[in-house]
Structure formats: C-alpha cells, structure tokens
Design a protein around this ligand. Structure first.
Ligand code: FAD
Ligand code: NAD
Length: 470
C-alpha cells in the first residue's frame, strides 16, 4: 500500500540512526531544523546494537571471568577459586542492561529534540525525493536537505556464506554457547577484539590472517604488546594464511586454508569471518541521483560533508576515512551545522583509533614510520607503564606511552599508547594535537597522583629532556 501518492514535504531527512545519523538529527534539531530520521532496523545503528557497545560488553565480561577463573589476583592476596560462567546471563546482561539502556536513551533523546522517527528502508527516487518502504507501506518524502548515514555491513568471502556455524561479527556477538574452539578469519580490529573476548571466556581461538601480521594499522611495537598477551591466552595466530573454504557438519565447521603454499584444514565449532566492511551505498538508489560514488562505494564529499548534490550530505562509514563511530559523530555535527545554514568545515587534525585488546592499543596522528615517510623531523619519547605508580598498584605494568613532537616547535604531532586505560588516555593527546599544544604544555599541566595519566606527563617531560621518573 502506498501511503499518499503525493510526496510529503519535509525539511531535513536523515537516513540511518547510527552514531552518524542520530547525532546529526539531534544537532540539526538543536539548530532549528525540523528533522525526520529514517531507520530500517534498530535505533542506534551498528555501533550500539551489534558493534562497539556489545563487543565491549563481552570483552569486559571476559576480563572479569578470566581474572577470577585463573585466580590472577593471587599476587594481591585476593583468591577467587571456583568462578563459573553463565553464558545465558552474560548475553542477557549485554542485550538488556547494556544495549537496551543505550538504544532506549538515544530514542528518548530523539523524541526530546522533536525528531520524528520513521521506520522503513529509504531509497532515492531523484535528487529531492526519497521513497521509504516499510513492509507493504511506502512514503514519499520530498526533502529540502538530506544527510545520508547508512553505515556499513560485513564483507562475505567465497566459501564462507554467513549461515549456521560460519558467522559475521553480528552472529559472533550472540553465539548460543562459548565455543570450545573458535576460528577467526581476519585478524583486524574485530577479529582481534573478539579473539581476546572469547579466549578470556574460555574458548580456544585460532586467528587466520592473510597479511604477515595481525592488527594492521598499529605499529610493530604496539602489536608486540598485544601478541604477547594473546600468547598467554593460548590464542594461535597463523599469518600469511589464505582462507579457501568451509564445510559444516551438525556440530562443527572445517576450514580449509593455504599457508606457505600448503593446504591445511582446521576443525572448530564456530568460524567468525571478519575481513572488513562494505559501505551501504549500493541499494539506496544513488543511481537515480547525481551523488558521486567511487568504485568502492564510498560517497565523495567536500570539507562541509556535502556530496556532489547541493543539500545532500554524507557521513560515517560511507565516506572516506576510517570506519569509526567517533569519526561518524564528528562528521554528523559538521553536516548538521551546514544543513542548518551555518558554514562549518571538517578540519579535524587527527582521528584517534583504539583496539580493545588486553592491554588496549590506542593511536593518534603520526607514528615514527609515518613521520619518517612525510619527512617530519620529530622527537620520539617513550615511557613504560612499569614506571607508573598507578599501573603498579593495578598490577598492570605491560606497555608504554609514546609521544611524537615536532623537533623545532615541540608541538605534539602524534602519540601511541599500549597499556592499561589506553582508550581513555588517548583523549589527552587528541586535545593536545587539535589545539597545537607542545610537550611543555603537557609537562606543566598538573596531573592528579597517582594516575595512569601521569605517564602522559612523564612522556612529555622525556620529550622536554627533563624526565623525573625515568
Ligand atoms: P551505522 O552505525 O552502521 O548505522 C547505519 C544505520 O543506517 C543502521 O542502523 C542501518 O540499519 C541504517 N540504514 C542503512 N541503510 C538504510 C536505508 N536504506 N534506510 C534506512 N535505514 C538504513 N567503532 C569505534 O569507533 N569503536 C569501536 O569500538 C567499534 N567497535 C566495533 C565493533 C564491531 C563488532 C563492529 C561491527 C563495528 C565496530 N566499530 C567501532 C565501527 C562502528 O560501529 C562504525 O564505524 C559506526 O557504527 C558507523 O556509524 P554510522 O552512523 O556511519 O553507521
Ligand atoms: P579490518 O580491515 O580491521 O581487518 C580485516 C583483516 O582481515 C585484515 O587484517 C585483512 O588482512 C584480513 N583479511 C582480509 N581478507 C582475508 C582473507 N581472505 N583471509 C584472511 N585474512 C583476511 O576489518 P574488520 O576487523 O572486519 O573491521 C571492520 C572495521 O570496523 C574496521 O575497519 C574498523 O574501522 C571498525 N572497527 C573498529 C573497532 C574499534 O575502533 N575498536 C572495533 C571493531 C571494528
């Protein structure tokens, strides 16, 4: 049934309610636009429902279980023998207490900002009209402005159809049981994070990675810290491995792969395929518009997040740059401001990236290699967590903070943290880089004691040539 063959006029329509779409909708409403947000699936997008949030919930549950079951705190005299895992309860907590709390919160924020939520799948009829299909119903919306935030989906590879015991990240976040043996194809961020989660929950994990190392995107020194921990968890990592096919039985899956020219078979109870994600731009009717899309399905945008069609903006996983929730939300604020008549430029200097391994890895801006490639003359200083008081009290001394400052001006140009709390600590460097701060600025900022954050101050003092604690 078509609900009204006449198109309804709307001010601003946002397609997709992930960390790109919902942030854009709220910001545009705050700036006075009348906003309709279209969502075909779940409010909160991949991030809140089947991405960042539920994966971190399982990672944290894994840490807690691993510590207790292996009685790791004995060094502090705390004994926790006899810990058990009730997987059903873990999944229920993840879904009902974590995901639902956050998606419910986003729904409330949208309502509070008077954003209309329209359920259905949006497709462009042309540069001005969207068709929103929800089952048998469809609505035509004629918009003044549109922000596309349709996100991405997992890539499927030949021989590994997502069904039964072969799962993508969404399936891996809700397995019916903790696998005895989990094979993971692709040791990128998703593969590595979920390898850590399931290994700590008691699974034997094998990662098959096509490249010479896992966690591509982080540098060798950082990867080494994660790999050391993976080995302690009993995770097997097979690099230069090309996955060829899978065969399922009632209770197992056999994965065939090639390494060093030799074919090998490995049997597991589940196989996670995490070989990257593809933008959701192929079935939204962009061919009916003048929006330019590159050969990989990425939408071209200018520094106002505007596409090649005036009044249509695009943000998040469907535009160039890393597929990260915080990048999507930043771009959302730029697009919403411009759609509301302001003139806001995307001028982010650097985007932080984190891998939630144990310990965490976080990077922003230049690394020693990238600085060398670009010919930037840098001071590189490195401070170990083993010399940080708080890390010692936490019995978490593995890893380091590394800072890169411009040799002439001492301005911070990059930083890497491998160690406890890296995901939170990296924001201090993000602030420094965005605001052109120097190592002296950080050194002379009073950091509370005892904190992991003092390691950032100590690294800056090293860069100044005036270290106290090393
Ligand atoms: P999405 O979150 O993908 O949202 C897009 C929304 O659009 C979806 O709800 C979809 O249903 C809807 N949609 C699509 N097409 C249509 C249509 N035609 N009509 C109506 N609605 C439509 N990033 C991080 O920064 N940190 C992390 O820790 C992290 N962990 C992750 C863990 C996993 C397992 C995965 C899979 C991803 C993770 N990511 C993480 C990546 C992050 O989830 C994405 O970068 C982020 O969700 C992108 O936001 P988005 O708004 O562009 O799109
Ligand atoms: P990825 O690009 O990070 O890693 C994919 C890995 O699979 C690569 O190492 C690649 O070499 C390998 N690979 C590809 N084809 C292969 C094959 N046939 N056999 C073996 N290995 C193969 O992709 P992902 O892990 O799927 O994650 C997708 C995106 O989601 C990431 O780019 C990231 O932006 C986002 N994400 C971010 C976080 C975070 O910020 N903490 C967490 C999860 C996901």
């Amino acid at each position: 049934m078509v609900v009204g063959s006449q198109a309804r006029e709307v001010d601003l329509v946002v397609i997709g309610s992930g960390p790109g779409g919902y942030v854009a909708a709220i910001r545009a409403a705050e700036l006075g636009r009348k906003v309709v947000i279209v969502e075909r699936d779940y409010i909160g997008g991949v991030c809140l429902n089947v991405g960042c949030i539920p994966s971190k919930a399982l990672i944290n549950a894994g840490h807690k279980y691993h510590e207790q079951v292996h009685d790791l705190d004995t060094v502090m005299g705390v004994h926790s023998k006899g810990a058990t895992l009730n997987w059903e309860e873990t999944l229920k907590w993840k879904d009902e207490k974590v995901v639902k709390t956050l998606t419910g919160g986003v729904g409330m924020l949208l309502k509070k900002n008077k954003v209309e939520i329209l359920r259905g799948e949006a497709r462009f009829n042309d540069n001005q009209v969207l068709n929103v299909i929800d089952g048998d119903e469809s609505h035509l919306l004629e918009f003044k402005s549109c922000i596309i935030a349709t996100g991405s989906r997992p890539i499927e590879i030949p021989g590994f159809k997502f069904e039964g015991r072969v799962v993508n990240s969404t399936g891996a976040l809700s397995l019916p049981e903790v696998p005895k043996h989990l094979v993971i194809i692709g040791g990128g961020v998703i593969g590595s994070e979920l390898a850590g989660a399931y290994a700590s929950l008691g699974a034997k994990v094998t990662i098959l990675e096509g490249l010479p190392h896992i966690l591509n995107g982080f540098d060798d020194e950082m990867i080494k810290v994660a790999v050391e921990e993976f080995k302690e968890y009993g995770i097997d990592i097979v690099t230069n491995a090309r996955a060829k096919g899978s065969e399922q039985t009632a209770d197992s899956v056999k994965v065939t792969y090639e390494v060093d020219g030799k074919e090998e078979v490995i049997e597991a109870d589940y196989c996670l395929v995490s070989v990257g994600r593809r933008p959701n731009t192929d079935s939204i009717g962009l061919n009916n518009t003048d929006v330019k899309v590159n050969e990989r399905g990425i939408i071209e945008v200018d520094n106002r997040q505007e596409t090649s069609v005036s009044g249509i903006y695009a943000i998040g996983d469907i535009v160039p740059g890393p597929m990260l929730a915080h990048k999507a939300s930043y771009e959302a604020k730029i697009a919403a401001a411009n759609a509301a008549g302001e003139d806001e430029l995307n001028c982010a200097v650097a985007i932080p990236a984190v891998a939630y391994c144990n310990p965490e890895l976080a990077t922003i801006g230049e690394t020693p290699d990238s600085a060398k490639e670009k010919g930037i003359d840098v001071i590189v200083s490195k401070f170990p967590f083993a010399a940080n008081g708080r890390a010692i009290t936490m019995n978490a001394t593995r890893g380091f903070v590394r800072l890169l400052t411009d040799k002439a001006s001492h301005v911070v140009v990059g930083a890497q943290i491998a160690g406890p709390g890296a995901s939170d600590l990296i924001s201090e460097f993000a602030l420094a880089i965005e605001n052109g701060l120097t190592s002296e600025d950080i050194s002379m900022t009073i950091h509370p004691h005892p904190t992991l954050g003092e390691a950032i101050m100590d690294t800056s003092e090293l860069a100044d040539g005036l270290p106290i604690h090393i």
